[in-house]
Ligand binder design. Structure first.
Ligand code: GLA
Length: 745
């Protein structure tokens, strides 16, 4: 009896301490056999001029990606296609969702109001419509238990062989859900080997190339920096379907995500050796709430395929980007003199006017006033003060910006000016007036970087302010033609006072806020030339590119370093966006000394500019500068809108070379560089030109020299001769170069 009493007391005690939840009557689970609506098996082909993406719908309504690459004949032949192996384990789903039978890297992971986290998407229907040269296919999917709907959108750009993929996730239910992962796209590829080329780096060292053969399990490219996401890893890659990288042959799939915030791209080779690539916004700290009735549209994942190696894949992307994804892409942007490395923060009106005089005398077309022109109470005389206070520093420029801009115009130059409107120095009026506009987490230190804090673009009031800075700066003078939009730090101490308890929205809405400002900028200023700079190349992505005319790929202006940065950037992004400046020697970032000719020849393969104090050039150097600038103007249309062929990689040997060919193939410009000079017998190199019309003869003229380094200079040759082994300029020292213009006869 005593024992029974003891047990009863113990049970009562236990009930008292156990949380209410644990005492709940266990929920009764019943096994459900769901009857899915019958689906007619079908093939949905997404095609461009030369490529085919095959989506298969089976009778259960599962949608799989079976093929991406060359056209594989009549699409319906794939109707009964099955991969060997066990589908239950690793289905090549077109958009794998966490839950159900799927265990790999998911594209979608949803938490529902009841806490459950399984989603299984089934085919509802699809529609196709065409506009201009783009065929859009939308596949509508639905979870069979909840009211979740997903549209997979494929925009196939016919002529460029580019397919854009993204998803729209819709909460058609009555309660809020949480998107724990919401990728843009999933792509499945089949090959014996997958050679991944991707890009790593750091400040002044962006877009360095890493290559690796993928092994089983997963490889992830990602950023969690919030902004400046392309500094140490770019959201893009090339995938050679084979073991070795080639510029001219073999299958290459190139991909790039159009998103300027945190991203994640996973490559997973499963049990059956197929590769699955899932790409999209990084779900890190971003479990995104989706209200009843709301939808979330993911950013575009851009894909192309080519059987002409990396060169073919890059050219597809370049053609597409010039037409659809760079603001005024392919249009020539002016040559310029930028004040930064020539004057830094130390200038007066007089300094600027003399630089304008020199720029005009050298034949440049624009002067850009960089950092240091603003801040009155907190003058921007170094990087410790002034950001946020965008009034003209009349101690430096008493006559005002309009005076300088008008002077530039009177000399026949355009005028540009620098801003960094997303940032604030603690030492500024703005920081004092609006502490709640600063990215921060309650009670924590707000870490500084370059002595500055970052403004919270998820807050619409901050978006108004940032747009206002842009707007007011342009209004400083009717003669402002160009804005250099800079952004010099990443996000730390992440968090938004504006978002309150909903911090999971921060990283996504920060970037959406940035795009809102960009949209407003373009609605009001469609013709303005705007450069995207972020401590150099920390915002080189297709999400930003659609609003900007060009990028500053790196603060490293050393021509030697630039060969690698520009070569790699061109693998994915079009050369028309690449600003490249001739700067002083020893170079301010590296200390390297190279000839002025070499510096011009490297910068001339992009949008040529200068960034030094022209006064420091000798008369001889000035004469060379005039000559290089004038010859650049003759061929630069090829750099902006020609087809790029990379002939020799700066990673591979002693020589680096590239060429641009006009669309009608009648003109070309060839840039050749000797990076390391080993000895006389190795000083001459045979470059095999590409992209020429085999039926034509071309006259070859070396630029900017009195004595050419090629025996054939000034003569005409068959395209085949130039492409198959006769073009062999010789060099006699390291860091030397030669530029040739080819004209069909
Ligand atoms: C960044 C940019 C540079 C220059 C400085 C000015 O580093 O990348 O080009 O504009 O800011 O502070």
């Amino acid at each position: 009896m005593r024992r029974v009493a003891q047990i009863l007391v113990l049970a009562a005690l236990l009930l008292a301490v156990l949380p209410a939840q644990a005492r709940k009557k266990p929920q009764k689970f019943t096994h459900t056999t769901v009857q899915l609506p019958a689906v007619t098996p079908q093939i949905i082909p997404v095609e461009t001029a030369n490529t085919q993406l095959i989506l298969q719908v089976d009778k259960q309504g599962t949608v799989r990606t079976l093929h991406y690459g060359a056209k594989a004949g009549e699409p319906d032949q794939f109707l009964r296609f099955r991969f060997g192996g066990n589908h239950n384990y690793e289905d090549p789903s077109a958009y794998p969702a966490a839950g159900g039978r799927f265990n790999g890297y998911d594209a979608l992971h949803v938490e529902y109001a009841d806490g459950s986290q399984n989603t299984e998407l089934y085919f509802v229907n699809s529609d196709v419509h065409a506009h201009d040269d783009i065929i859009s296919t939308v596949i509508h999917l639905k979870d069979y238990v909840t009211a979740l709907e997903v549209d997979l959108v494929y925009n196939a750009h016919q002529a460029e062989d580019v397919i854009l993929m993204h998803s729209i996730i819709r909460n058609a239910g009555k309660a809020q859900i949480t998107l724990r992962n919401y990728a843009s796209a999933s792509l499945n590829l089949v090959s014996d080997d997958y050679l991944l080329t991707h890009f790593y780096g750091g400040w002044a060292n962006e877009m360095q190339v890493d290559q690796e053969l993928l092994t089983h399990d997963a490889k992830v490219l990602e950023s969690r920096r919030g902004t400046q996401t392309t500094q140490d890893c770019n959201p893009s890659f090339l995938l050679t379907l084979g073991k070795s990288f080639s510029e001219t042959s073999g299958e290459v799939v190139a991909g790039a995500l159009a998103w300027s915030g945190n991203y994640r791209i996973s490559f997973q080779i499963g049990q059956s050796d197929r590769l699955n690539i899932v790409s999209g916004i990084n779900p890190f700290a971003s479990a995104y709430p989706l209200a009843a009735g709301a939808e979330f549209e993911t950013p575009e994942m851009i894909y192309t395929w080519s059987c002409e190696g990396a060169g073919g894949a890059s050219r597809n992307l370049h053609r597409w980007a010039r037409k659809y994804s760079v603001w005024n892409g392919g249009k020539v942007n002016p040559t310029l003199l930028n004040s930064w490395e020539g004057a830094y923060f130390s200038f007066t009106t007089e300094t600027l006017l003399r630089m304008i005089d020199d720029a005009a005398a050298m034949g440049l077309e624009m002067f850009v006033l960089d950092d240091g022109w603003f801040g009155l109470e907190h003058p921007r005389n170094n990087d410790k003060a002034g950001l946020g206070d965008w009034e003209v520093n009349t101690n430096k420029i008493p006559e005002g910006i309009d005076y300088v801009a008008s002077y530039a115009h009177s000399k026949g130059l355009k005028f540009g000016i620098w801003i960094e409107s997303e940032m604030v120095n603690p030492d500024s009026n703005l920081a004092r007036e609006h502490p709640d506009w600063i990215v921060q987490s309650p009670g924590r230190q707000i870490h500084e970087s370059r002595n500055q804090w970052i403004l919270d673009l998820s807050n619409p009031a901050v978006q108004d302010f940032v747009f206002g800075v842009f707007d007011r700066t342009v209004s400083l003078s009717p003669n402002i033609d160009y804005i250099k939009w800079d952004s010099n730090r990443r996000i730390m101490s992440f968090g938004s006072p504006y978002l309150g308890a909903e911090q999971d929205r921060f990283f996504v809405e920060y970037i959406q806020g940035y795009y809102n400002v960009c949209r407003r900028m373009r609605e009001k200023y469609p013709q303005l030339i705007v450069q995207c700079c972020s401590a150099g190349g920390s915002r080189v992505d297709y999400g930003s590119m659609r609003w900007f005319n060009e990028v500053w790929p790196s603060d490293n202006s050393d021509a030697i370093s630039r060969t690698r940065i520009q070569w790699a950037t061109s693998l994915v992004y079009p050369p028309c966006i690449m600003a490249a400046h001739v700067s002083a020697v020893p170079n301010h970032q590296t200390g390297n000394v190279t000839s002025l000719k070499f510096r011009f020849d490297v910068a001339s393969s992009g949008r040529l500019g200068m960034e030094l104090q022209p006064k420091s050039l000798s008369a001889e150097e000035r004469a060379l500068a005039d000559r290089c600038i004038s010859s650049y103007k003759q061929y630069r249309d090829l750099v902006f809108s020609g087809d790029l062929y990379r002939l020799a990689s700066p990673y591979d040997g002693d020589f680096y070379a590239l060429m641009y060919v006009s669309q009608d193939k009648r003109r070309a410009v060839v840039f050749t560089y000797c990076l390391r000079y080993q000895n006389r017998s190795r000083g001459s190199h045979v470059f095999r030109l590409q992209g020429l019309d085999p039926s034509l003869k071309y006259k070859v003229t070396e630029q900017n020299v009195d004595r050419s380094c090629w025996w054939g200079n000034g003569k005409s040759f068959d395209a085949d001769f130039l492409s198959q082994g006769g073009f062999n300029p010789s060099f006699s020292e390291a860091s030397s170069s030669a530029v040739f213009v080819l004209e069909a006869e």
